[in-house]
Design a protein around this ligand. Structure first.
Ligand code: PEP
Ligand code: MN
Length: 343
C-alpha cells in the first residue's frame, strides 16, 4: 500500500500518516518525490486490516489517495514507484532515458597486466564500467577461485589510474565491506541471488548493487531478491538478466531470457541490463544477443572481454577479444540509435 499526499500537504499531515501506520505495527517509508510526498508501507498488511486501514488513511487531511500494491514485491514494484529509477554513480547514469551503459572486462581479474590491458581497451571502445571478478563462484573447487583481495586492489588501482568505474562480485556477507571499499558496484552473482544473508548484508551497505538473476529463478523470485536489497537500505539496484537454465545445452550454456527485459520494465521501475556472455556461453553468439538486448530495451550490457580468451582462467569461451568488443560497440551504437537510445 502507498499513501500519496496532496501537493500542499503539511509536515504535520505527513507525520500523522506515519503515526497511523506505526500504530498498526507496520513500517512506514517516507518517500519524498519531486511534487508529492509518498508514504509506503513496506511490511505485509494483514488481510483483515487492509480495508479499515485504507479508509482511515484516506480520511486523514492532506492525503490525496491510497494506492494498493498487488505484487508480492513492494519497493521494487512499479505500482509503488511509477517513474524509472536512475542509478547514478559518479557521472554515469543507468536507467530511465540515460544512454545504455556498457560494462565490460574479464570474467576474473588474473594479473595487473591483464586487467590494465583490458581496462584500457574497453574504455577506449566506450565502456563506462570495468567488470572483473576477484571472488569467483566456481563449480569445481579445483578451478581458479579468483585473486581475492589482491584482485580487488588491482581493480582499485586501475580505476584510480584510468578513471573508470568498477563492478565486482561479493560472495559472502563477511566480504561486503572489503569489496565495497575497493569497487563502485557490488555484484551478487546468479548462484547467490537467493542467499538471503548476503542480500541483507549488501542491502545494509547501501551501495549500488548489480543483482544477477538466478539460474532457475522466476521473475517474481528475482524481484523479491531485489526487494531484500531495497528493504535493507540499497536504493540503487540494477537487475541483470544473464540466462536461465536451458532446455538444450548443445549450443549455448544458458537460455538468455530476453522476455525478461520488457516484462521487468513493466513490473518494476529498476534498471535492467543484460549479460549476453553468460547468457550464451559462446563468444560467437554474444554480438547477436547484445544487439537484441539493446533493441529489447535493456539499459545496458555486461560483456566479458579478455586480451587472450584462449588463455583465460575462467569463461574464455564466451569472452570477446578487445578487437571484437570494439567492433561490437560500433554496431551497438547503431542499434541503440534505431530504437531511440544511444550508448
Ligand atoms: C560472472 O559475472 O562472472 C558470473 C559468475 O556471473 P553469473 O553469476 O551470472 O554466473
Ligand atoms: Mn564469468
Amino acid at each position: 500500500m502507498m499513501v500519496l499526499m496532496s501537493v500542499d500537504a503539511t509536515q504535520q499531515q505527513i507525520d500523522d500518516v506515519i503515526q497511523l501506520i506505526k500504530q498498526h505495527n507496520l513500517k512506514p517509508l517516507h518517500l519524498p518525490g519531486d511534487e508529492h510526498v509518498a508514504i509506503g508501507i513496506a511490511s505485509a498488511i494483514p488481510p483483515e486490516l487492509r480495508e479499515p486501514l485504507t479508509l482511515a488513511l484516506q480520511a486523514l487531511p492532506g492525503v490525496d489517495h491510497v494506492v494498493q500494491i498487488s505484487r508480492p514485491y513492494k519497493l521494487a514494484s512499479r505500482e509503488f514507484w511509477r517513474t524509472d529509477t536512475v542509478v547514478q554513480i559518479g557521472e554515469v547514469k543507468i536507467g530511465g532515458n540515460a544512454p545504455c551503459v556498457i560494462m565490460a572486462g574479464p570474467c576474473s581479474v588474473e594479473s595487473r597486466e591483464q586487467i590494465f590491458t583490458t581496462a584500457q581497451a574497453v574504455k577506449a571502445a566506450g565502456a563506462k564500467i570495468l567488470r572483473g571478478g576477484a571472488y569467483k563462484p566456481r563449480t569445481s573447487p579445483y578451478s581458479f577461485q579468483g585473486l581475492g583481495l589482491e584482485g580487488l586492489k588491482l581493480l582499485k588501482e586501475v580505476s584510480d589510474q584510468l578513471g573508470i568505474l568498477t563492478v565486482s562480485e561479493v560472495m559472502s556477507p563477511e566480504d561486503v565491506e572489503k569489496v565495497a571499499e575497493h569497487v563502485d558496484i557490488l555484484q551478487i552473482g546468479a548462484r547467490n541471488m537467493q542467499n538471503y544473508a548476503l542480500l541483507v548484508a549488501v542491502g545494509r551497505s547501501g551501495r549500488p548493487t548489480l543483482l544477477k538473476r538466478g539460474i532457475a529463478a522466476t521473475i517474481d523470485e528475482f524481484l523479491l531478491a531485489a526487494e531484500y536489497l531495497l528493504h535493507h537500505g540499497t536504493k540503487d539496484v540494477i537487475l541483470c538478466e544473464r540466462g536461465i537454465h536451458p532446455l538444450d545445452r548443445t549450443y549455448t550454456r544458458y537460455t538468455l531470457d530476453l522476455n525478461a527485459v520488457p516484462v521487468i520494465k513493466h513490473l518494476s521501475h529498476l534498471p535492467v541490463i543484460v549479460d549476453p556472455s553468460h547468457g550464451t556461453g559462446a563468444a560467437r553468439y554474444v554480438p547477436a544477443m547484445a544487439r537484441a538486448a539493446i533493441a529489447a530495451g535493456a539499459d545496458g550490457l555486461l560483456i566479458e572481454v579478455h586480451p587472450d580468451p584462449k588463455a583465460a582462467l575462467s569463461d574464455g569461451a564466451q569472452s570477446l577479444t578487445p578487437e571484437q568488443f570494439s567492433a561490437l560497440m560500433k554496431e551497438l551504437e547503431r542499434v541503440a540509435m534505431a530504437v531511440g537510445r544511444c550508448l
